[in-house]
Design a protein around this ligand. Structure first.
Ligand code: ATP
Ligand code: MG
Length: 359
């Protein structure tokens, strides 16, 4: 996967800008608040179908502008493709096209262009609570499996509806509102939960093998890791949990079982990484997870995704920085940095929402 060219119009602070990355490493260099992350965000939206920074798409439109548009030409391993995304805040519309054909659903947008984003918040992938790890799985699996995203969206809707019923019961002090419908909603939720759980389980198994070997590589064989998805359940198991705990759910006011409660268990040298691994060791693990995400993405069609590193190098010590830059040779990488990085990379300066390639 090669990102050949991106054209921005009214995207955040980029009024009009053009980026032509090299097929190897490209560095976006500039001071704080100039538009480096915005530039990467504009590439990532094609992979994730939405921003990694906000769920409110109107924020992507440059202040005061009537619309925002980005177009990207990329090579998918077989041919050059042209994708464009346009947001019109007044009508609340988002228009996506690939090679002239409209893509209306998010699940049609995601899965065309693939990218692995690595930003400072991912460095706490191991340390933080389970929500970041669930988001990691969702973003990674959606890009290689369109069905996953479709089912995940359906699951979120069913969950919101089931939760709304629980809340209504509490507000009206009438348990029967929820209890009379609990079985039907639990049945539907359990079906989708099991499908997603199965897919997460398969993904984490792959991740486990890759992360173990990457971490061992990174530390000269000194450190080991194991990742497991301990939340796996069948449809029957989910259904049983959901239907036999309705009283508790009414007490807590929310659905207590399902894939929205999942986690990945991560061990470092045989002990729980969150509790026992040092900050540096946790960061190495996070790094290995991100590189592994790229390897699994490549399995889809033999093409590496594009790696987008936002402000990550300054957070890493020289050993890990070297490993990262060395470990990703042969792939396209776009890096943002406030500091000058001495590489043979193609260099762009980012200043006040303008991109200029260094001579
Ligand atoms: P840092 O090094 O601090 O991470 P950066 O170069 O990555 O900085 P960005 O996050 O890309 O900076 O943001 C640059 C600027 O874009 C910010 O000053 C912000 O105010 C501005 N900005 C964000 N959204 C919009 C918008 N919709 N319209 C205009 N400007 C915006
Ligand atoms: Mg930034």
């Amino acid at each position: 996967m090669i990102c050949r060219k991106v054209v921005y119009r009214n995207f955040r602070n980029l009024e009009e800008a053009e980026l032509i990355p090299s097929e190897g490493v490209t560095v976006l260099n500039g001071e704080n608040g100039q538009g480096k992350t915005n530039t990467l965000e504009g590439i990532f939206v094609f992979a994730g179908g939405r921003s990694f920074r906000t769920l409110h798409e109107s924020e992507l439109v440059r202040f005061g502008a009537p619309f925002s548009e980005i177009s990207m030409t990329y090579f998918d391993g077989k041919r050059d493709c042209l994708m464009s995304l346009k947001w019109i805040p007044e009508s609340g519309k988002r228009i996506c096209k690939k090679n002239g054909v409209f893509l209306t659903k998010l699940s049609e947008v995601v899965g065309n262009f693939r990218a692995v984003l690595f930003c400072p918040e991912h460095l706490s992938l191991v340390k933080d609570g389970p929500a970041v790890r669930r988001r990691f799985l969702d973003t990674a699996i959606s890009q290689i499996d369109p069905l996953y995203l479709k089912v995940l969206q359906l699951y979120s809707r069913l969950l919101a509806q089931r939760n709304a019923l629980i809340r209504l019961s509490r507000e009206k002090h009438d348990d029967s509102i929820f209890l009379s419908q609990a079985e039907i909603w639990s049945e539907r939720l359990a079906k989708e939960a099991a499908l997603l759980s199965e897919k997460r389980s398969v993904y984490v198994e792959k991740l486990n093998v890759l992360v173990s070997s990457l971490l061992s590589d990174m530390t000269g064989g000194k450190e080991s890791a194991s990742l497991s998805y301990t939340s796996y359940k069948t449809e029957e198991e989910y259904f049983k949990l959901l239907t036999s705990n309705t009283e508790r759910e009414l007490k807590f006011g929310t659905t207590l079982y399902g894939i929205h409660k999942d986690d990945i268990k991560i061990e470092h040298c045989g002990k729980e990484a969150r509790a026992f691994a040092s900050q540096g060791q946790q960061r190495s693990l996070a790094l290995a997870m991100k590189l592994a995400e790229g390897e699994i993405s490549k399995e889809k069609d033999g093409e590496y995704p594009v790696f987008l590193f936002d402000d990550i190098l300054s957070e890493l010590d020289s050993g890990r920085r070297e490993y990262l830059l060395h470990g990703i040779s042969g792939r396209q990488v776009i890096i943002t940095s406030c500091e000058k990085i001495s590489t043979k990379a193609k260099l762009y300066f980012v200043r006040g929402g303008k991109l200029s390639a260094a001579e």
